[in-house]
Design a binder for this molecule. Structure first.
Ligand SMILES: Cc1ncc(COP(=O)(O)O)c(C=O)c1O
Length: 387
């Protein structure tokens, strides 16, 4: 048997994963945990909505059932982002939507530009579609600002799209309005699409600054695909429902939707019960997000309290579910992770996991229960400060 080159994965567990797994088993506080259902944030009342008999029928629509698409469009429109339901396409997850967009936009060997640092799944998603990733740097010194001047030289005749995580994971940066416009001008000039992952867009830390763009939904200048889903919007990753909002010049949107419909028809991957429960699920948005925002804010306060007067600092962030700690450069990030597991009984992620451009950064999830999080972050910061 021969396997495809795209599945030539490194299958051995790394030494770091082994260390973390051992420490986890030994009871270390896990500040890498980003699964809300393991952080006391599950919503059993939401999951119960899937048991309704309305889910017993099956009349598949590749784009998603009308009621579900209307629920998403209505929810966005009520919050100021006017969306027509015909521009909404459902998938089982945001990750699946990336795969569909790569199939739609790129041939094998074509390139998409991706932010660095960012979400580590891109490498796999692109590889599985035969698409080449070209990283573009974000300006660390300016809170990881998107710099179109650094992106433009990376575009060549095989480039098909620019990806954006908005706000970025793990930096929490929302794009400045002026940078969004410059980016769209570049896309227009070079015939590129924009793929914008807004799974964390509902989680700014407090009021978003006026110069930041809250969302790319409704922008029309270039073909724009905005992704989100229940995984983060309702903290329900297990429901497996994501969506893509397609915007841009009319004729291009029409063509893109027609092709996406065929791609989606090939899989029909979204379950009926979740689609039919969606209007009721989205009605829980404020309650779920209120709980989550309180959790994020409390854990941010715990980090800031732990860092006060110490050489460790939390990088400023506009929003999202993660925080980045900057510590002294006296050890490599992996060595810090191992040391914190062994000596402080705390698990964190090394910055390189998200492609941060230098050592000195550790990443923590803001989701764990504050009763665990606060003492753990205090121990971690004290240990890092001790050198
Ligand atoms: C930036 C970003 N996009 C997408 C996802 C995955 O979302 P989904 O569960 O919808 O595939 C994650 C998960 O952590 C994420 O961090």
């Amino acid at each position: 048997m021969t396997f495809s080159a795209r599945t030539r994965f490194e299958l051995d567990e790394s030494a770091l994963s082994r260390t973390l797994a051992d420490a986890r088993r030994a009871g270390a506080a896990d500040l890498t945990e980003s699964n809300p259902t393991r952080c006391g944030l599950a919503s059993p009342e939401a999951v119960a909505l899937l048991g309704h008999p309305r889910g017993a029928g099956y009349s598949p629509d590749p784009m998603g059932e009308a009621g579900a698409r209307e629920a998403i469009a209505g929810d966005l429109t009520r919050r100021g982002h006017v969306v027509d339901p015909s521009r909404v396409i459902l998938s089982a997850s945001t990750s699946e939507a990336y795969g569909w967009l790569f199939k739609l936009l790129a041939d094998p060997g074509d390139a998409v530009l991706v932010p660095q640092p960012s979400y580590p799944l891109f490498e796999w998603l692109a590889r599985l579609e035969g698409v080449r990733l070209v990283p573009y740097p974000l300006v660390r010194e300016e809170n990881f600002r998107l710099d179109v001047g650094a992106i433009a030289p990376l575009v060549d005749d095989r480039t098909r799209a620019i990806l954006l995580v908005h706000p970025n994971n793990p930096t929490g940066t929302f794009v400045r309005r002026a940078d969004a416009e410059a980016l769209e001008a570049l896309c227009e000039a070079r015939g590129l699409s924009l793929v914008v992952d807004e799974v964390f867009a509902d989680y700014p830390h407090g009021a978003l600054r006026e110069d930041r763009l809250p969302s790319f939904v409704g922008r029309r200048r270039v073909p724009t695909f905005v992704l989100s889903g229940l995984s983060k919007v309702l903290a329900l990753p297990q429901l497996k429902l994501g969506w893509t909002i397609v915007d841009g010049p009319e004729a291009q949107v029409r063509d893109a939707l027609a092709r996406l419909e065929l791609i989606a028809d090939t899989y029909l991957s979204v379950s009926t019960p979740v689609q039919r429960a969606l209007p009721e699920l989205l009605a829980l948005r404020d309650e779920v997000q209120g709980r989550l925002r309180a959790r994020l804010a409390e854990n941010l306060r715990a980090i800031d309290a732990a860092c006060a007067g110490s050489p460790v600092r939390r990088l400023p962030s506009d929003g999202g579910w993660t925080a980045i700690l900057e510590g002294p450069l006296t050890r490599e990030d992996t060595a810090w992770v191992e040391l914190l597991a062994a000596e402080a009984s705390v698990l964190v992620q090394p910055g390189w996991f998200y492609d941060l451009d230098r050592e000195g950064f550790l990443v923590v999830s803001l989701l764990p229960d504050p009763a665990t999080f606060a003492p753990a972050i205090a121990r971690a910061v004290a240990r890092i400060a001790a050198g």
